[in-house]
Structure formats: structure tokens, C-alpha cells
Design a protein around this ligand. Structure first.
Ligand code: AP5
Ligand code: MG
Length: 187
């Protein structure tokens, strides 16, 4: 089973995808975490990525795709995965579909978390990560609107999109997600 969590910054993708991957016993892949690790380790990719991330902009597709497709091909992901923060652009989504198709995998399940904008700002201000200042969050939201929102249409047309109300406690949101996934995977 391969599941994508879509949603703006602060929607709860990380929070929910860790839980979901644990519940389903599949791997959790967060491109944000992978990129932040590369930045901390000061790898060539990390140094390049940092310039985009510090400004709240997306890292170029080719860099992220290389990271993700390499991990997806590892044995730990054989049973499936929960993708957190990928894909985020149409080219990323198209290349992921190509890869899944080439591998003979089932189509994705895509869960889009929605949360009111002010709540996103509040959650991120409270968290206080390096890219959580109000101005950078505003830019991350812009990038989301411009580059990631079109994925909603793309996945809706494929019949794999599910909308999830991301407002409420993490437990409440998780229950909604589990119900949707169970319905989708009922024999
Ligand atoms: P990434 O790390 O993916 O950041 P993001 O998508 O902007 O979102 P966040 O991780 O901030 O939010 P989230 O939805 O995971 O929410 P979380 O669960 O943490 O990406 C960072 C950067 O990397 C990007 O800007 C880009 O530069 C680059 N990048 C990554 N992927 C890329 C890609 N595919 N292509 C190109 N560039 C890419 O929750 C947020 C906070 O809210 C937490 O403190 C949490 O505890 C709290 N919270 C969660 N749920 C609730 C709840 N229900 N109620 C109250 N608080 C809650
Ligand atoms: Mg996250």
C-alpha cells in the first residue's frame, strides 16, 4: 500500500504519516526530513537544497526525485510506504506514477489534509523550526498554492483523492484517516 499525504505547511502531514506508517507497518518517507538531514550533514545536495529551503521555496524536482526514488526501491519499502511531502509538483507526481507503473505497483491513495490558514500559522509559530517564521511560512504557503494545489485535480481525475478534515486533535484526525484507508482497502 502506498499512501501520499498532501496538505499545506503545518497541516499535520508529518504527525499523521508517522502514525499511519506505524499502524500499517510500512515505511515513512518525509522529503522534508531527508533534505534537512542532508543540510545538517552538509552533503553537496544538502548545501544546494538549503538555499531554497531557507527561503521557503521548493527544491528543484530532480534533486528530490533522486532522493525519493532511491529510497522507494529499498527493501524496507517493499511492503509499502507513506509519503510525506512528496510529490509536491506535477512533474514529481507524473514521475512517481511512472515509477509505480514500471514496478507493477497498485495506484496510490492520496489523502489531502485541510486546515484553516490562521491555524497553520499558529501551529508553525508554536513549533518554531528554522523555516517557521511568519514570512517564510507565507512563502511556503504561496509555493503550495501555486505548485502543489494542482495535484489535487490531477489525483481527483484519477479517482484516488480523499479529503480529510485536518482540524481537531491529532487523535481525531488520525481516526478520520484510518477510516478512509480502511474503506479504500476493504476487499
Ligand atoms: P516539509 O518539511 O515537508 O515542510 P512542509 O510541507 O512545509 O510542512 P511541515 O512539515 O511544516 O508541516 P506538516 O504538514 O508536516 O505538519 P506537522 O505534522 O509537522 O518541507 C520543508 C521544505 O523542504 C520545503 O519548504 C521545501 O523547501 C523542501 N521540500 C520538501 N519536500 C519537497 C518536495 N517534494 N519538492 C521540493 N521541495 C521539497 O505539524 C506542524 C505542527 O503542528 C507541529 O508542531 C505539530 O505538532 C502540530 N500539529 C500537528 N497536528 C496538529 C493538530 N491536529 N492539532 C494541533 N497541532 C497539530
Ligand atoms: Mg512535515
Amino acid at each position: 500500500m502506498r499512501i501520499v499525504l498532501l496538505g499545506p505547511p503545518g497541516a499535520g502531514k508529518g504527525t499523521q504519516s508517522v502514525r499511519l506508517a506505524h499502524r500499517l507497518q510500512v515505511c515513512h518517507l518525509s522529503t522534508g526530513e531527508m533534505l534537512r538531514q542532508a543540510c545538517d550533514e552538509k552533503t553537496a545536495l544538502g548545501l544546494q537544497a538549503a538555499q531554497f529551503m531557507q527561503q521557503g521555496q521548493l527544491v528543484p524536482d530532480a534533486m528530490v526525485e533522486a532522493l525519493v526514488l532511491e529510497r522507494l526501491a529499498e527493501p524496507e519499502c517493499n511492503k509499502g510506504c507513506v509519503l510525506d511531502g512528496f510529490p509536491r509538483t506535477l512533474p514529481q507526481a507524473i514521475n512517481l506514477d511512472k515509477w509505480l507503473n514500471d514496478q507493477g505497483h497498485n495506484p496510490l491513495i492520496v489523502l489531502e489534509l485541510s486546515v484553516p490558514k490562521e491555524e497553520l500559522f499558529e501551529r508553525l509559530a508554536k513549533r518554531g523550526r528554522e523555516d517557521d517564521g511568519r514570512e517564510i511560512v507565507a512563502e511556503r504557503l504561496e509555493q503550495y498554492k501555486e505548485k502543489t494545489r494542482p495535484l489535487t485535480d490531477y489525483y481527483e481525475k484519477k479517482g484516488v483523492l480523499e479529503l480529510v478534515d485536518g482540524h481537531g486533535t491529532p487523535d481525531e484526525v488520525f481516526d478520520r484517516i484510518v477510516r478512509i484507508v480502511e474503506n479504500r482497502t476493504k476487499p
